[in-house]
Design a protein around this ligand. Sequence first.
Ligand code: 3PG
Length: 307
Amino acid sequence: MMKVLIATDKPFAAEAVKGIRKEIENAGMETVLLEKYADKSQLLEAVGEVEALIIRSDIVDAEVLKAAKKLKIVVRAGAGYDNIDLDAATARGVVVMNTPGQNSNAVAELVFGLMIYAARNFYDGSSGCELKGKKLGIHAYGNVGRNVARIAKGFGMDVYAYDAYYPTESIEKDGVKALASASELYETCPYVSVHIPATAETKNSINYALASKMPPKAILVNTARKEVIQEADLFKIMEERSDFKYVTDIALQNDAEMKEKFSKRYFSTPKKIGAQTAEANNNAGIAAAKQIIGFLRDGNREFQVNK
Ligand code: 3PG
């Protein structure tokens, strides 16, 4: 019987695990569950026995792939797959997929949780700002960015977006103003929400030149990846501008220092929680199980990212 390992250091909601198990077991396969593992050695041991693997932000590097002797497919239940060594997977003939769109509403909703928290001065009782009428810049118009646009319109925000790959006409069809460059987006919008993936091209790309251009009373929200921010530059901007706030779902490397120095203007969630809802866990987890079954049974490679 083929085995599917669910290896999640940050577990799915119990209800989602139940749903994933049901999919796998109805397909005549066995589920193995490894949650909150304290050590990588537990993952190395568990992957040795399975044909398929479901993960979240868990690291699947060359060592894990080497230990996964029978592995045919790994599905990242989520959007970003920067935690998987794609070259090592390809070299071993392992198919890698993600589940695009399945957790994007959850992340988009958190953007507004963070944005309001910042606009209302971290709920310290002082007079804050409203979102209505403010210019919001969406940096990358993918699944999360599009959900952010939809919700922002409900708040009455003036919505802008920049995406190097997404067609301008498709952005404008949503009633969102498409800008020609990231630089224009940061220059135009005092509120910016970051949705670029962490790639060789985007790492450290949000730097001094870009972020320091934000208009007065700037709020920069990051629910994407910390790697896209040039941390030393952000620190410099925060030092220079007392009107600049940074709120994030992914703690920076220098989180403790930022918290100490900018306690009224820097906030990070204790753990990445953007996709941590019962609905998102359910959607992404079940999609992952279905994609595994579709691949192992019928060779369906839709959503493969290491082609
Ligand atoms: C994603 O890339 O899908 C999100 O960052 C969510 O990550 P998580 O599954 O670790 O919460």
